[in-house]
Design a protein around this ligand. Structure first.
Ligand code: B12
Length: 306
């Protein structure tokens, strides 16, 4: 790990030395150590965090809002948003190879020991990004290519889901937090994206209603009427035919006249052009999801005060 003096940090981040000091003093964003002659020394991670904060502000976030989110949450988010270098990803790729190797012939104990061991030693949010979701993609692709039996795919998918649910169930239910309804709409059975979204919303202190895959539109509306959600988040993975897409958007537009509706996932991104003139928001990725949740949380807090 490198230690950088403030003038180098200014060069690396494009921030002035004054700004860096203010972010330290006023907001406690970074906590540089001091060299023997009292110079501030910043770690690589602090430099990356300053860059991440600058980038977030360029996209509209405020320094106050980011600081209120807290140092640890920002670091976690930065780690997820920062592309992993090849060297960093290598151990995860190796692990994924080993995990897949232990499925044929089936070595259940070996598979679970490896997976549990790897997930236990890194922050769970990182494990989701670096291990669980990539594992789901790899397993799914193997099935799609005809290299894996669907029963084995189900076994792995269920383990991934259990991990997400068990960590989610340990989080306190924040009954006074904003109500976030998360589901996959009718016809959408790829579930892990929605589950990851539910987990993230729960970690932020939202009151999550997770309704899973393939939820018929009329039941979605009924449920919204019951709970009056602050935000409806829908995960779309499959790309539909033109007519089905238009029908789908029409229904969601109806929903969006009464509640805030946002969509995400590969299928949602593919219909981006069709969403421009609608009230349906598109959340490009998990960083966008995070910003949207922070906005919902602060609106909810403000409303609670009045
Ligand atoms: C895993 C998988 C499966 C698994 C699903 C397991 C399950 N229960 O969820 C299995 C093997 C069962 C499966 C089956 C099918 N699948 Co499939 N599957 C995949 C695969 C490999 C990965 C999808 C996935 O789960 N990714 C993991 C998620 C977390 O990653 P992601 O989708 O990139 O999502 C990221 C973001 O988009 C975001 N996100 C997701 N949702 C949301 C929501 C919000 C609000 C936000 C903010 C963000 C967000 O989160 C993720 C963060 O990294 C893809 C191919 C691929 N590589 O993408 C095909 C794919 C999606 N499947 C496909 C198809 C067609 C099917 C089947 C219909 C095939 C069939 N004829 O039977 C079936 C039916 C579905 C089913 N569940 O039974 C096609 C879809 C084609 C299309 N037109 O779009 C794909 C693209 C494969 C292909 N190349 O053809 N599949």
């Amino acid at each position: 790990m490198n230690a950088h003096r403030i003038h180098r940090v200014a060069k690396l981040t494009g921030l002035s030395k004054d700004v860096i000091r203010v972010w330290e003093r006023r907001y406690g964003l970074v906590k540089p150590s001091r060299s023997s002659n009292r110079y501030r020394e910043y770690s690589d991670e602090e430099v990356a965090l300053l860059r991440f904060v600058k980038n977030q502000m360029e996209q509209g976030a405020t320094i106050g809002g980011l600081a209120a989110e807290g140092h640890d949450s920002l670091v976690a988010r930065m780690r997820v948003a920062t592309p992993v270098s090849e060297a960093e990803q290598k151990p995860h790729d190796r692990l994924l190879d080993e995990l897949i190797g232990s499925l044929d012939p089936m070595d259940k104990a070996g598979f679970e020991r490896r997976l549990n061991g790897a997930v236990a030693v890194i922050p769970f949010e990182e494990a989701v990004q670096r291990i669980l979701l990539p594992l789901q993609r790899r397993i799914g692709e193997l099935w799609h290519e005809g290299h894996l039996n669907i029963a084995v795919e189900h076994y792995v998918t269920k383990i991934i889901q259990q991990k997400l649910f068990s960590v989610m169930n340990q989080l306190p239910v924040n009954e006074f937090g904003p109500r976030i309804l998360i589901a996959c709409p009718e016809g959408e059975t790829h579930e892990i994206g929605a589950q990851a979204v539910a987990y993230i919303a729960a970690t932020k202190g939202c009151h999550v209603y997770y309704l899973g895959p393939n939820l018929p539109y009329s039941d979605l509306v009924n449920f919204c009427e019951k709970i009056s959600p602050d935000l409806v988040l829908l995960s779309l993975t499959e790309l539909k035919q033109e007519a089905a897409t238009l029908h789908h958007i029409k229904q969601l537009e109806q929903l969006a006249t009464r509640w805030s509706v946002a969509v995400g996932g590969q299928g949602a991104r593919a219909m981006e052009d069709r969403l421009h003139d609608t009230k349906i928001e598109l959340l490009d990725d998990l960083t966008a999801l995070h910003s949207r949740l922070m906005m919902t949380l602060s609106t909810h807090r403000l409303a609670a005060r009045h």
